[in-house]
Design a protein around this ligand. Structure first.
Ligand SMILES: *Cc1c(COP(=O)(O)O)cnc(C)c1O
Length: 414
């Protein structure tokens, strides 16, 4: 029975969402388009199976083939990242981070992470998140002028507060993260070093960003951002932490792993091991640099004045347009970005002073520098003409033409 016949309502919404993805310019830096092979693994009968435990040590029968799949996924991840141990079962990036904290900390213990407004993730100790409620998070940030991580501040805070873990990694930081430096600071104060590479995992595999391996104690990552796999996560660590991490993931925090996701991660890792993936991630960075240049040439300010990676933070303060207004106006013309706090933001998270853009998804569609230059112009036109219906209409037409030339899932049928 087809989805259309069984559930026409969901089928209709799904079709509309596929069309939106096809006809829009997807610039949200945490998003990407997975391959049809990844989609196949995800939408497979693997979702039917219970397999609590780990390969060779399951609490349910019938796991012979699930063991094959999970072992392959683990081996591929170990090899690609040069990691000693991998747990592929975390349901997503947020639980993966909590699983690391609960492996090594007691409630109330001190840990360091990056401030959300400066680029850190919610799970790095924001007060509204479980992480910030349970643990004593000390937050570091970026320098007010350069917008670069202030490593002297990180070291000073680490010496003063003696955290048990120091987290590096960010969700809105457009520059290189010095994982080695973080690890050295952690060593000086007897802390574990943890890197959350959710955004840049793909860049690390393709050598477009320095790696936290093999020196960092524990690394978490999502699998659905630059890595271009299904929604999921992994924890990678030194062998000496393998047992405690595995025990915290299952049975500590989770039940049965999502085997369809595990298989889809394995497929994505296989794709990421090909030379073409290296070309892809280097193109992501080239595209981001070109887009940044174009935005600047068209009169917009950027946090840290540019980018080294896949993402760009636009500082809208001088435009008198807020992040929320910009996100909405751009959405109306088919350009998708997200509103975002900027360092030392005078506004609030729900209506902040910035927007965050990234190039992983459009690079997957095959767009290159020439298209980025044009997209920078279009974004600036929308922001500077936010109430001009004629300009918005014209931009909208250009977006339609542009996306038509880069087909997405041309053979996909629901
Ligand atoms: C996206 C992200 C996460 C969380 O991932 P979810 O899968 O959305 O839970 C964690 N850390 C960082 C740095 C991220 O960018």
């Amino acid at each position: 029975m087809s989805l259309k016949k069984t559930d026409p309502q969901i089928a209709k919404s799904l079709q509309k969402e596929i069309n939106r993805q096809r006809q829009g310019l997807e610039l949200i830096p945490s998003e990407n388009f997975v391959s049809e092979a990844v989609l196949k693994a995800l939408g497979s009968p693997l979702t039917n199976k219970y397999s609590e435990g780990y390969p060779g040590k399951r609490y349910y029968g019938g796991n012979q083939f699930i063991d094959e799949i999970e072992s392959l996924a683990i081996d591929r991840a170990k090899k690609l990242f040069n990691a000693q141990h991998v747990n592929i079962q975390p349901y997503s990036g947020s639980p993966a981070n909590l699983e690391v904290y609960f492996s090594f900390l007691e409630p109330g213990d001190t840990i360091m992470g990056m401030n959300l407004a400066h680029g850190g993730h919610l799970t790095h100790g924001h007060p509204v998140n479980l992480s910030g409620k349970i643990f004593n998070f000390i937050q570091y940030g970026v320098d007010k002028k350069t917008h670069l991580i202030d490593y002297d501040q990180v070291e000073k805070l680490a010496k003063k507060y003696k955290p048990k873990i120091i987290i590096s990694g960010a969700t809105a930081y457009p520059r290189i993260i010095k994982f080695k430096k973080f690890h050295e600071i952690a060593q000086k104060v007897g802390a574990l070093s943890m890197a959350d590479i959710a955004h840049i995992a793909g860049l690390i595999i393709g050598k477009a960003h320095p790696s936290p391996f093999p020196f960092t104690d524990i690394v978490t990552t999502t699998t659905h951002k630059t890595l271009r796999g299904p929604r999921g996560a992994m924890i990678l660590c030194k062998e000496k932490y393998a047992q405690i991490i595995d025990k915290t993931v299952f049975p500590g925090m989770q039940g049965g792993p999502h085997n369809h996701t595990t298989a889809a991660i394995a497929v994505a890792l296989k794709e990421a091991s090909k030379p073409s993936f290296k070309t892809y991630v280097h193109q992501i960075v080239k595209n981001a640099k070109t887009l940044a240049q174009s935005l600047k040439q068209n009169g917009l300010d950027l946090i840290s004045n540019g980018t080294d990676n896949h993402l760009i933070l636009v500082d809208l303060i001088k435009t008198n347009v807020t992040g929320k207004q910009a996100e909405k106006a751009l959405e109306q013309v088919g350009i998708y970005v997200n509103k975002n706090m900027i360092p030392y933001d005078p506004r609030t998270p729900f209506n902040p002073s910035g927007i965050r853009l990234g190039t992983p998804a459009l690079t997957t569609r095959g767009m290159k520098e020439k298209q980025m230059k044009l997209i920078g112009q279009l974004i600036a036109q929308v922001i500077y003409n936010i109430d001009n219906k004629q300009v918005l209409k014209k931009v909208s037409q250009t977006v339609k033409q542009l996306t038509k030339a880069y087909p997405l899932y041309p053979n996909l049928k629901i």
